[in-house]
Write a new protein. Structure first.
Length: 204
């Protein structure tokens, strides 16, 4: 009977190997899995029944796995109320508002050629698409049944999205400042040229 038990245990573990691979990616989940398998092994050792009893415990172990894995698909109130979520949304609103206002000014300033305006538009478009991807990532993280993650993993992932959005907003502001400086320089140069032309015409 001991050999039968060992063979069945190996078969049971093998049948769930795909599921175990996902758990092995995280140390905490690995520790919990080891605990489950240890309890299962102890259960096998104290059993005096036959194949049916072993089968029932094996199925019970599988259910424990499922309960654990399914819990990782749920989003707790702690995650939903995390302040960084609001920060990310507000940063996205600022990004859209600031790039639209800046682009309107640059396009109407007369300081840039059509080609340059097209380049500025492309920079804004790429940045906007990146920010939308960040929001998609956030939505996946905070939507139940989308990703299999613990609370700590979700909070860490939200922090990563926050860093992405912060970098995007900082890049936008830096780009806008540099572009405004260039526009002012060109405006000053144009004014200097106009002034010189006026002086020249007067002297003539």
């Amino acid at each position: 009977m001991g050999l039968l038990m060992i063979l069945f245990l190996e078969g049971s573990v093998s049948a769930q190997s795909q599921e175990a691979k996902q758990l092995l990616l995280d140390v905490e989940k690995l520790a919990q899995l080891k605990g489950i398998l240890t309890d299962l092994k102890k259960g096998y050792e104290i059993l005096s029944g036959g194949y049916t009893a072993i089968k029932n415990i094996s199925e019970g172990n599988f259910n424990l796995h499922q309960l654990f894995l399914n819990s990782l698909l749920e989003v707790s109130p702690t995650v939903k109320k995390y302040q960084r979520i609001a920060d990310i949304v507000n940063a996205q609103i600022s990004l859209v508002s600031e790039y639209k206002n800046a682009f309107k000014q640059f396009r109407g300033s007369g300081a840039f050629t059509d080609t340059e305006v097209g380049y500025i538009s492309k920079v804004y478009s790429n940045l906007f698409n990146q920010s939308l991807q960040s929001l998609d990532d956030l939505a996946s993280i905070i939507t139940a049944k989308k990703l299999r993650m613990s609370d700590d993993e979700r909070l860490s992932a939200i922090d990563d999205v926050w860093k992405e959005v912060s970098d995007q907003l900082n890049f936008l502001r830096h780009f806008n400042i540099q572009t405004k400086v260039l526009a002012l320089q060109r405006s000053k140069e144009q004014n200097d040229i106009s002034t010189m032309n006026q002086i020249y015409n007067v002297n003539q």
